[in-house]
Design a protein around this ligand. Structure first.
Ligand code: NAG
Ligand code: NAG
Ligand code: NAG
Ligand code: NAG
Ligand code: NAG
Ligand code: NAG
Length: 390
């Protein structure tokens, strides 16, 4: 289910507009956990390379985590190659220590963390869930039948991990006979109404802004997406996404007391077509200098990444406490992993095999984003939601 048909159509459009991949990281304050760092005391985790890590094992497999969504369960779905599981992210300026689930849970004691975004946010939440369940089996507090909302409790640390599906982060109404309407200045109630309960909100968005939409600001039509036939102003997808992010970050800065993590756009790797036109991703190793070189990152991923970081920087300028805003700039490290997608090893609909070159295999490179999330969150200042916040 999971919005199957409509998300496929949208992904087809998305795939049509993109011919490459997406993800990146940011500047994190140096923490004692990180090994060597630059003379400035900071290590830029967004820039680095994937290095072979032949003896490593994934933190979990389809045998040790039974909650891997079928479409991303590449091992169970019969993906034959295994090399993609044996790479680690090496930031140029420091070493990234391995993920330690017990440490993560200890850091999060008594806290609640939500992933908020589209199916890629869920993909990342499910990765973290599998990584943590090796330390402790969580209790499922809630799973909705459409795989959009989850809540897990890790009892020994009283840590809650949640997911809210919100494709645009802002409110939208599904089209009935006409075009979808996206209200760029209205946070989506799906997450907004529960946000105050959460200590940490990991926000992400991107691909849905490629779909045909009519954009509203202040309840007035701002314009329509580029492909639209409507006789109104055309708005680039990144411009619409930027306005939405600006509004969401502004309202969160003003009305939310917790930590806001902005995870930048990931990268897809469709080649020779799109989701619906036979696009493929067949690589079984990362882009690297040793292995055929590193092509330039596609312009659209660079553009979306840039807009997201511009909006992050704007929010940094007015937030009451800048330590409450964190950037997880994973776009570049995602770009380097064309081998990390399910490809044909997803759950197939009847008919022609369709490649998924957008989501990520579990286990896979997406696990690294959670390793980076841990280092972004520590040391974790006390930003518990105040009981009076709404
Ligand atoms: C984020 O990553 C992109 C892509 O590598 C890079 O161009 C940009 O400088 C990075 N920005 C920050 C603030 O880390
Ligand atoms: C995990 O995947 C392997 C194939 O890689 C399969 O043999 C095994 O049965 C799967 N385990 C479960 C629990 O489905
Ligand atoms: C668990 O954490 C929640 C906040 O996330 C808190 O309200 C609750 O009192 C905690 N329970 C225990 C047993 O510490
Ligand atoms: C979205 O906006 C519409 C129009 O303003 C409003 O009727 C609806 O209640 C909103 N829904 C959500 C979930 O915010
Ligand atoms: C588009 O709208 C403008 C302004 O409202 C109008 O002048 C023009 O005729 C319209 N074009 C079409 C093709 O309807
Ligand atoms: C690319 O597409 C063409 C036409 O759709 C097809 O003939 C060719 O085999 C495809 N190449 C790859 C690598 O899939």
């Amino acid at each position: 289910m999971a919005g199957g048909a409509s998300s496929l159509v949208s992904l087809a459009i998305v795939a049509f507009l993109l011919s490459n991949c997406w993800w990146s990281l940011i500047f994190f304050p140096h923490t004692p956990e990180l090994g060597s760092s630059t003379s400035s005391g900071r290590c830029d985790l967004s820039q680095g390379e994937w290095v072979p890590d032949i003896d490593s094992h994934p933190l979990y497999t389809n045998n040790t985590c039974q909650y891997i969504q079928r479409s991303q369960n590449c091992l169970q779905n019969g993906r034959p190659d295994r090399d993609y599981l044996h790479w680690r992210w090496k930031p140029f300026d420091c070493e990234l220590p391995p993920f330690d689930g017990t440490h993560f849970l200890e850091l999060m004691r008594g806290k609640k963390l939500a992933f908020i975004g589209d199916s890629l946010a869920r993909n990342q939440m499910q990765s973290l869930h599998c990584m943590l369940r090796q330390a402790e089996e969580p209790i499922n507090l809630y799973s909705d039948p459409h795989e959009k909302e989850y809540k897990w409790l890790f009892p020994s640390s009283n840590f809650t991990l949640a997911n809210f599906q919100s494709r645009f982060l802002v409110n939208y109404t599904e089209p009935e006979d006409d075009i979808r309407k996206v209200y760029l200045d209205v946070p989506d109630m799906v997450w907004w109404r529960e946000l105050a309960e959460y200590d940490i909100a990991v926000m992400s968005t991107g691909y849905w802004y490629f779909t045909e939409s009519l954009y509203y600001v202040n309840n007035k039509v701002l314009g329509a997406s580029k492909g639209s036939q409507l006789n109104v102003t055309k708005v680039e997808m990144w411009a619409a996404m930027g306005i939405a992010l600006r509004n969401v970050l502004k309202q969160m800065s003003n009305e939310y007391k917790g930590i806001i993590v902005l995870r930048t756009v990931t990268v897809d790797h469709f080649k020779n077509g799109t989701w619906s036109t036979g696009g493929v991703c067949k690589r079984t190793s990362p882009f690297s200098h040793q292995n055929g070189g590193i092509p330039p990152m596609d312009w659209i991923s660079r553009k979306i990444n840039k807009v997201q970081i511009e909006e992050f920087d704007k929010a940094m300028a007015y937030v009451d406490d800048t330590s409450r805003l964190k950037l997880l700039n994973i776009t570049y490290s995602a770009f380097l992993r064309p081998d990390g997608h399910p490809g044909t090893h997803r759950r197939q609909e009847p008919g022609e095999p369709v490649f998924d070159c957008l989501h990520w295999c579990l286990p896979g490179p997406i696990d690294t984003w959670n390793q980076l999330l841990l280092h972004t969150l520590q040391p974790l200042a006390d930003h518990s939601p105040s009981s009076t916040s709404t």
